[in-house]
Ligand binder design. Sequence first.
Ligand SMILES: *[C@@H]1O[C@H](CO)[C@@H](O)[C@H](O)[C@H]1NC(C)=O
Ligand SMILES: *[C@@H]1O[C@H](CO)[C@@H](O)[C@H](O)[C@H]1NC(C)=O
Ligand SMILES: *[C@@H]1O[C@H](CO)[C@@H](O)[C@H](O)[C@H]1NC(C)=O
Ligand SMILES: *[C@@H]1O[C@H](CO)[C@@H](O)[C@H](O)[C@H]1NC(C)=O
Ligand SMILES: *[C@@H]1O[C@H](CO)[C@@H](O)[C@H](O)[C@H]1NC(C)=O
Length: 478
Amino acid sequence: MKIPLFTIGSALLLLPSGTTARNGSMKKTLTGHIDPSEVFSFVYVPFEVELGTTSIYVLQSYSAKNEGNALDLGIFDQRGTETPYGSRGWSGGFRNNFTITPSWATPGYNPGPISPGVWNVVLGPYTSVQEGIDWQLDIEMGFDAIDSYFAPDYATVNLDPLCNGVCTEDGEWLRGDLHLHTVYSDGKYTPDQQIQMALDRNLDFIFFSDHNTDTSNNIMGHYQATLAPDLLIGRAIEVTTRAGHWQAIGLDRGQLIDWRYQDNASFAAAAHEVHRSGGLVSINHPFAACAACNWGFNDWDHNDAIEVWNAEWDSTDQQAVDWWQGLLVSGKRTTAVGGSDAHSPPSLNGQPTTVVRSRGKSQAAIVEGIKAGRTYLVQGPGMDVEFDINVPSLQTTLAIGDKVDGAPASAVAILTATGFSHQKACLLNDKGYFFNTTIKDTNTVHRRIPPNSKFVRVEIRNSTSDGMLALTNPIWLL
Ligand SMILES: *[C@@H]1O[C@H](CO)[C@@H](O)[C@H](O)[C@H]1NC(C)=O
Ligand SMILES: *[C@@H]1O[C@H](CO)[C@@H](O)[C@H](O)[C@H]1NC(C)=O
Ligand SMILES: *[C@@H]1O[C@H](CO)[C@@H](O)[C@H](O)[C@H]1NC(C)=O
Ligand SMILES: *[C@@H]1O[C@H](CO)[C@@H](O)[C@H](O)[C@H]1NC(C)=O
Ligand SMILES: *[C@@H]1O[C@H](CO)[C@@H](O)[C@H](O)[C@H]1NC(C)=O
């Protein structure tokens, strides 16, 4: 049987070692022990917040830190731990202390009213030595008078208000990045650094996606207004569970998504919450080689997309592409997306870039374009792909993401690739690669499609290393 989360019984083992009011502050020290069998669970440490409290400071310390033990940190307020909406912040293993006040909080924590009641520090054992983890929390609550309150400042997620986000039926290709971090979780980039880089790298949209917190989503209005009024800054969270990471993209204002589960049903329920508010669910780096980073849910049904290309191309991305090809062959129309996962220098955002045919510059239109598979990936700026299939018998031209019903005779793939001189272009269908050629400058490749192809997609690979340089989603023919 699984060890349950801290029960009332074990909570009584906490040792409040001295509760003294000093010069308008109250300090508590709580200690406890976590058994190695509790790794990947969440341990809740309740403490009482008195009426009149206006600041909470928590300092975490524990045994064998950086020597085999790793203990994540977060906090839930008086609304309780049942739903994600009690969460007042999460910093994983990145910070050992935080402060929350009505006007200000440590990045990753939500400023706002401090209501009295039982709050819970949440400890997340990630790795443990044999002896377990001895932890201590030093909590200090202040009672100073308040002179201001935090007000969220959301970025505008619809930059085409006149046409309500849907401006062209055909759509325009917009370049972006769906996976970015900041100091609001475990990154060193500030929002303005990421935004400036996105502008320099010619992106039209970015989604900040800090781990298990909406705090960066709540402050982007200021940066958008002052730095980048034409950059679409969407709302996302990297839902960082103990059985894999997934991207909740296109969230509502203030929306939080639970991350405290390892079972399929809870993942499906959380994915449903994202869909209910019009968002997109994407499985991140499914084969990443770090503990609990790879996809452990064995559920490929409740996501719309898979991040098949995370940061610099490597063999785990190839595994993701192979898996995705298998899904396509089985008839599942999951969209392949990319994500830079840029946290800190020297990582670049927009590497890879996800390019979406979007019916407007809005979060909703980007989400719609990705769900429809109108998406391709390139390594970075200056690279562009145009891939169509001409079907003479139907007198039509299909673009990436389009579908026709019925196998058209004599369909021809037309590929124009810019920025890939001397690299290798590959055409694939459900049986695999059927045509490879070397790209000369920006020539257009025409190629008859094998009969009975279920779908056709394109890869452009480095002719020296075979690394991926571009990848399209399929055009569906059956
Ligand atoms: C209480 O705070 C005041 C103002 O910050 C300071 O001057 C004083 O020394 C503090 N007293 C104690 C006991 O810490
Ligand atoms: C609190 O966190 C900050 C930022 O991570 C760090 O610089 C500081 O050393 C920490 N304080 C203590 C007492 O560890
Ligand atoms: C999730 O579902 C898959 C497929 O039904 C199953 O193989 C797997 O054991 C499930 N995993 C968990 C943790 O429930
Ligand atoms: C085409 O290129 C792919 C990717 O590099 C390779 O796996 C495949 O073997 C090539 N096919 C042929 C016929 O050369
Ligand atoms: C292709 O691979 C070679 C060898 O790894 C590398 O030097 C070169 O920069 C790569 N080209 C591109 C466009 O990434």
